[in-house]
Write a new protein. Structure first.
Length: 217
């Protein structure tokens, strides 16, 4: 008997497919994508140089507020809260496991693809290791997705849920913008971080729900 895909599983499949297409285009060095990446990067870099005050603010958000380890720390805090308030060891451990997989997966993909970052005569920031996918964008997407999952399980609804969605969206989109503004990523790097991060969260939710259902039978 064929088991229908849950919304989380469908989201995981769509995100994974989109990421793989983008990965193939980057690996093949598809001309239109590279041209778009370059044009967007040059335009934003010019603006970053022209407005050093705003660039300093953007660096604070990129390096501290939305830094990958800040995002992972939020996931750890959520796991600890779940464990202490709900004594749900399995779910708390699952959250920590997903955060660990996020870090390992993005490092592995970066290493495998080995894409160079943008290079500038007058850089406004620096970053090391390979560019694809954006670790900042992926970490923020995973952390925000997991936190939304926790809130949903706790019954968040109405204005509270709307506010949580708004903050999560602002964080994921905002961190992507900061990496582009600072000239350390291409647009496709950020898009890949969002897609791979979203796929990981959706897959995690789908697998956890499937396991919980199988245990309940």
């Amino acid at each position: 008997m064929r088991v229908p895909l849950t919304p989380s599983a469908r989201t995981a499949v769509v995100s994974a497919a989109a990421f793989l297409v983008l990965l193939a285009l980057v690996a093949a060095r598809w001309g239109p994508l590279l041209s778009f990446d370059r044009a967007a990067a040059v335009g934003l870099h010019r603006q970053a140089l022209a407005d050093p005050g705003l660039t300093r603010v953007v660096r604070v958000f990129s390096d501290w507020v939305w830094a990958p380890w800040t995002m992972r720390a939020l996931t750890v805090a959520a796991a600890v809260t779940v464990f202490r308030l709900r004594a749900d060891r399995r779910f708390a451990a699952w959250l920590l496991g997903v955060a660990l997989v996020e870090w390992g997966l993005q490092q592995a993909v970066k290493s495998a693809v080995g894409r160079d970052r943008p290079r500038w005569r007058h850089p406004v920031d620096s970053a090391h290791f390979a560019a694809f996918p954006s670790g900042h964008a992926m970490a923020a997407t995973v952390a925000c997705g997991l936190l939304l999952w926790v809130l949903r399980r706790e019954g968040a609804a109405g204005a509270r849920w709307g506010a949580a969605l708004a903050v999560a969206a602002l964080s994921a989109v905002g961190v992507g913008f900061t990496r582009l503004w600072l000239g350390v990523h291409w647009v496709s790097d950020v898009l890949a971080g969002w897609l791979l991060g979203g796929c990981l969260v959706a897959l995690s939710v789908a697998c956890y729900e499937r396991l919980a259902l199988s245990r309940g039978r």
